[in-house]
Design a protein around this ligand. Sequence first.
Ligand code: ZN
Length: 272
Amino acid sequence: MKYCRFLYGGQVQYGAVESRGSEMQIVGLMDAPEEDLRFRIERGSATPVSSSFEPIPLSEADLLPPVTPSKIVCVGRNYREHARELGNEIPTEPLLFFKPPSSLLPPGGAVVLPAVSERVDFEGELALVIGRRTRNLRTDDDWRSVVRGFTLANDISARDLQKKDGQWTRAKGFDTFCPIGPIVSGELDPDAGVTIETRVNGELRQQASTRDLIFPIPVLLRYISAAFTLEPGDVVLTGTPSGVGALKPGDRVEVSVAELGVLQNTVKSEIA
Ligand code: ZN
């Protein structure tokens, strides 16, 4: 099942999404998953709430971030080549940090380059959406039972401030620094290898398979949930592959996975 969150008739709605040929369409309205802690992903088609709903191409919808997380947990240096390209050692255990929910940006929104930074990078990432309250996931637990689905994210990072500050809160946490979407989908198998790509102005800059993750998803979920309780709707960014680079005003950045569509955002300067 696939869904999005969007503005419809002046209200925030969740929409069931289906692939129709090469395009994705919103085919019906559905209940808000975050408000239902018993919600579980049911593989197969969603049941539209309203039968009178006229399908809308996803590309024409007024999309919002598809999640309303209590926290966004991120993993640094989870692909070998990316750790190397920034001159870092391959980590021996996951390196965690947070982005605040205030950094979320919808598909199509503009990333604002802060005046206090001279180097802001894109980082295309596969993100997990938690579906069940989770604390201390165990080795014999099925990680799939706590993950509602997957989405795309861009871990926008003020690289100069990341180095200067020593810790990453400000560098990773500016408003607009977490583009996310366009949909959440459970129809994905990262264990089998999912290819994630990032393009800037149409040029391919990052391409990797989830098989190349240093710490695979179940390891991440066990490590993270040993530290803090994951709530339904929380988001985990699984790390970025090599190829990160700086953004400038006017750029168009796209993160994509075949089954999740394209997360496209523009870039503008804080200084008018
Ligand atoms: Zn990242």
